[in-house]
Design a protein around this ligand. Sequence first.
Ligand SMILES: Nc1ncnc2c1ncn2[C@@H]1O[C@H](COP(=O)(O)OP(=O)(O)OP(=O)(O)O)[C@@H](O)[C@H]1O
Ligand SMILES: [Mg+2]
Length: 386
Amino acid sequence: MTDEYREFDAAGVERSQVTAEHLPSDADIETSLRPKDLDDFIGQARVREQLQLVLRGAKLRGGTPDHILLSGPPGLGKTSMAMIIAAELGTSLRLTSGPALERAGDLAAMLSNLSEGDVLFIDEIHRIARPAEEMLYLAMEDFRVDVVVGKGPGATSIPLEVAPFTLVGATTRSGALTGPLRDRFGFTAHMDFYDPPELQRILQRSARILGIDLREDAAAEIAGRSRGTPRIANRLLRRVRDYADVRADGVVTRDVAKAALEVYDVDPIGLDRLDRAVLGALVRSFGGGPVGVSTLAVAVGEEPATVEEVCEPFLVRAGMIARTPRGRVATQAAWLQLGLTPPPEAATGGIEVRAREPQLELFDDTDPSAHGDTHPSDPDEPGARP
Ligand SMILES: Nc1ncnc2c1ncn2[C@@H]1O[C@H](COP(=O)(O)OP(=O)(O)OP(=O)(O)O)[C@@H](O)[C@H]1O
Ligand SMILES: [Mg+2]
């Protein structure tokens, strides 16, 4: 591994190659790999179709489209999509982020600089400060802002016109948005994890751009370990390229990809260090749950937000964690993933888990052979069936 690609966290621990978080080393490469227009954007067929209608409709009428909210886990293409929206509209994109808009004045300056039809992109919009958020309501609805000058009884508010613009907000936590803000978006696009064939096409496109000789079965292998996330797929591709260049003849075959991913500790379904830590804590320290997300975060030494936004969505999607009103619960798949026998009351995944009731029937009315898993009853295992 070359040093320029290595990332370390505050504690000096090397960052995993498979987290979906945006790392500084991504910056340049991501720019070159970003899809440029809607046709170039692979996957998210539904979102693309919906967006196309929103954008074309506005173009036909010669107006600006409604404000658009893009929501979904990190690395699925929200920023790319915002850039595409501006490109499709043939307007310019102004970029900022929620945490940068601490004071309403910052936002007022941004808004008053917009030209008609511009796209204003606010990344991490759920982190916008309250005063800026209130100013945004008015700007989104009436295309004006009230700038307060002075303090106390002498303060006056000066109304300021804002050119009609389209706000594109991106968030990894649409649930954290206040109701009034969410209501002011005319269209919300939910970006979902990509399936392996889509990731394979993304990898092949990236390989073409980066000049990597990537064989089809190798692309499939990497796609399967990318956690449904294009950013991770592209990152793994770069790691596999390093390996191919250093230890092979530069050609990425399936065997080269497999060997490389093994070196980088990417497990066959793409779980990373944090995923495994969360599953391990949930199962081993909390007996499978239910446990609150902040308790879980403390147990693995991470911020609750990271566990909730970066790690959990994929584990839920992979059917390993269930969210219940009483907390997070490990499903049978999670126990099996860790090589442990699931207790009888473990959820099967994707179902609502009920409060303390005898759940033995849960197994009895499923045909074990149907999912190739016989749930052996180990007499030493607590909770094993007689
Ligand atoms: N549909 C896609 N087709 C091809 N490449 C994609 C696609 N979606 C994302 N990518 C690639 O993944 C990278 C990450 O995407 P992007 O930065 O848009 O994600 P994001 O959702 O904004 O992430 P974050 O929440 O961390 O800001 C991009 O550089 C791009 O190369
Ligand atoms: Mg982004």
